[in-house]
Structures are given as structure tokens and as C-alpha cells.
Design a binder for this molecule. Structure first.
Ligand SMILES: NC(=O)c1ccc[n+]([C@@H]2O[C@H](COP(=O)([O-])OP(=O)(O)OC[C@H]3O[C@@H](n4cnc5c(N)ncnc54)[C@H](O)[C@@H]3O)[C@@H](O)[C@H]2O)c1
Length: 326
């Protein structure tokens, strides 16, 4: 299927970026795949070498306003999925670089979108824009619950949402910010919350693995999440929405029980009394209002499919199992 949209995907070599590319290729969209990184190791898990060679890869640093504007202008970009960002531990270790990439980078994307009349924009916020569960007595937590982040990463993501609101107010640039919690699936290989994806990988590899947190979480499959990003950009939303994602809201111990039921031979264990400092009972009705139906693969189906995917990739020598030790 061909379509006439031209997508700029930032952070295209990341986990979600690779899944977004996979889906955009399937749609026949024109794509500009931008990242600071140059090695499409995650794309190799989801695409053939020929598909990867066909992609229009560009080296782009989102902190460079002129480079971002040039790429949007010269490629006649109609839609943007903005994923480039640094995760929690990196922002903690390097606050200035974290702010440059996560905050200034998003300002640069909004500015380039405004100047070049981009039609549809979706960017990655995060559930971390909320903060500790105790701050949210009303459940499920709605999109407009107060942002009380407790990490620099969360503060930067909250700043992105505020910036997008001002771009709507001042320039009528529409956008959808999405707040994923724990994305899991093939290619999710870094950050603390990648432990869910790694537990599934370890099961496929027949290796031991220890999940470093417990408590209630919301699990969102990478392929579903990528489709939500694409459709949120294609919605060409008129306003500045910031939307929760829901997925499977579940205790990590229940996830492990499900893994035990499906793959009794697994060697996955769980750290106890180590909940993550975020709420999990999320109301995604705002996202449903924009998209209609929200892509959702139930956890049981996703685990079975992912174990099979990982097994095939391991047999082909495509997965670095060292990630299980990080
Ligand atoms: N994975 C999750 O569970 C999750 C949850 C909430 C929010 N998010 C957000 O979603 C987005 C994508 O997440 P992911 O899991 O794919 O992350 P990832 O770490 O796999 O990918 C991020 C990509 O951004 C690129 N990048 C970093 N600095 C850059 C720069 N200066 N210019 C251009 N590219 C740069 C990296 O090279 C990397 O390829 C991020 O913004 C992240 O904060 C992810």
C-alpha cells in the first residue's frame, strides 16, 4: 500500500523507533529515519537487510535546531513521530545533556513543525511526568491529573507537555504527547524497565534472569505502542493532548505467574518489596477519543509470540544475550 505522507521519525534507531519504522514500511509511507546513532542493530531484529538498505537514514542531532529545521524543510515532512530522548539513568547521570536532548530537542522539533507546516505531530512524553503513586488518590488516573514528577527525566517530559501546549496556544500547532509506562517486546534492551522484555528473552534463551522491581505496573507491547504513535501523528489532532497509555495493568508477580504457566521451565526470578515510583492504574479514555480503538495485544498472546520471535532471532545469531547481564 502506498500513501503520500512523509514521516520524520526521530530516535529511529531506538526500540520504539525501530517498531515505528517496521509499521511505516508496511504502510508504504515515505520515511526519513533520523538518529544520532548510526548502527541499526535494533532494526535488524525487525527488518530484512534489503528493507534496512532502502530506508532513508539521516544522521541528526535533535539538539541542533538548524539541522532539525533543514531536514524537515528539505524532505517536505508532513508528519513527525518524535522519539529521540535519553532515559532516566542517563538524565540523572548527565542532567545538562539530558535537558538538552529531552527538552531543547523537543522545542526544536515543535519549532521546525511550526515553521514548515507539519500536519501531524506525536512526541514521546512518559508516565514519569506524573511521579509517585501516593500523589494520585483518584483512580484510574486521568490525563489531566497534576504532573508531580520526582525525577529529572520526568521534569523534562513534563516540560515537553507544557511546551507543546504553548505551541498550540500561540501558533495552533497541534500535537499528541504519549505517556508510555513499561514498553516490552523485541528490541527493548535498555533501561531498568526493560527487565520485562529481558525476562521474556531469557525464557527464550533458557537463561536465568532477575527482574529488579515488583508491584503494579502497566505493560505496553512495543508493536502496539509504535502503532499508537503513528496513528496519533496521523490523527492531525487540533489541540495539545497529553495522553496516558494503559495496556495490561498487572502486578509484576502476576506477570511472572503467567510466564510460569506458559513456560514452566523458565529461570526468571523477582526482587520483592521494590516497587517503581509511578502509578499504574491509568485512564486512557483521552487516547481512545483521538484514535477510536487503541491497538492492544493481550499479555498472554504477546508473551507466546515474543518467545517465538526471540528464539528465531537467537538461532539466527541476531540477539546479543549480554544484555541479560546489564
Ligand atoms: N521504552 C519505554 O518503556 C518508554 C516509556 C516511556 C517513555 N519512553 C520514551 O519514548 C521514547 C523512545 O523510547 P525507546 O525505548 O525507543 O528509547 P531508546 O533509548 O531505545 O531510543 C532512543 C533513541 O534516541 C536516540 N537519541 C539520543 N540522543 C539523540 C539526539 N541528541 N539526537 C537524535 N537522536 C538521539 C538514541 O540514539 C536512541 O536510538 C523516548 O523519548 C523515551 O523517553 C519510552
Amino acid at each position: 500500500m502506498q500513501n503520500q505522507q512523509t514521516f520524520l521519525v526521530t530516535g529511529a534507531m531506538g526500540c520504539l523507533g525501530s517498531w515505528v519504522l517496521r509499521n511505516l514500511l508496511d504502510q508504504g509511507a515515505r520515511v526519513v529515519a533520523a538518529d544520532l546513532a548510526t548502527e541499526p542493530s535494533r532494526a535488524r531484529l525487525l527488518m530484512t537487510d534489503a528493507e534496512i538498505a532502502d530506508i532513508n537514514w539521516v544522521s541528526m542531532d535533535v539538539t541542533d535546531a538548524k539541522a532539525v529545521d533543514d531536514i524537515v524543510a528539505s524532505n517536505d515532512v508532513s508528519h513527525i513521530v518524535h522519539l529521540a530522548g535519553l532515559q532516566i539513568p542517563f538524565c540523572k547521570a548527565n542532567p545538562s545533556t539530558g535537558a538538552a536532548v529531552n527538552v531543547v530537542g523537543t522545542v526544536n522539533i515543535l519549532e521546525a513543525a511550526r515553521k514548515n507546516n507539519v500536519k501531524g505531530l506525536c512526541y514521546a512524553s512518559s508516565l514519569a511526568a506524573f511521579g509517585p503513586e501516593a500523589n494520585y488518590p483518584e483512580r484510574p488516573i486521568k490525563d489531566d491529573a497534576p504532573l508531580i514528577p520526582s525525577s529529572l527525566y520526568g521534569v523534562y517530559k513534563a516540560a515537553n507537555e507544557g511546551t507543546a501546549k504553548v505551541y498550540w496556544q500561540d501558533y495552533q500547532l497541534g500535537s499528541v504527547g504519549l505517556r508510555p509506562y513499561i514498553v516490552y517486546g523485541v528490541a527493548r534492551d535498555q533501561g531498568l524497565t526493560s527487565d520485562i522484555a529481558k525476562a521474556i528473552l531469557a525464557t527464550a534463551a533458557n537463561k536465568p534472569f532477575h527482574i529488579r522491581f515488583d508491584g503494579p505496573v502497566a505493560l505496553q507491547h512495543a508493536n502496539d505502542t509504535a502503532q499508537i504513535f503513528i496513528r496519533s501523528a496521523q490523527a492531525e489532532y487540533q489541540g495539545a493532548a497529553a495522553c496516558n497509555l494503559r495496556g495490561d495493568v498487572i502486578e509484576v508477580a502476576t506477570f511472572l505467574s503467567l510466564l510460569d504457566e506458559l513456560f514452566p521451565e523458565n529461570q526468571v526470578t523477582l526482587k520483592t518489596n521494590a516497587p517503581l515510583p509511578y502509578p499504574s492504574d491509568l485512564d486512557d479514555s483521552g487516547l481512545r477519543r483521538i484514535l477510536g480503538d487503541v491497538p492492544f495485544t493481550p499479555l498472554r498472546t504477546a508473551i507466546v509470540a515474543d518467545v517465538q520471535r526471540f528464539k528465531t532471532l537467537i538461532e539466527a545469531g541476531k540477539v546479543d544475550l549480554e544484555q541479560l547481564n546489564k
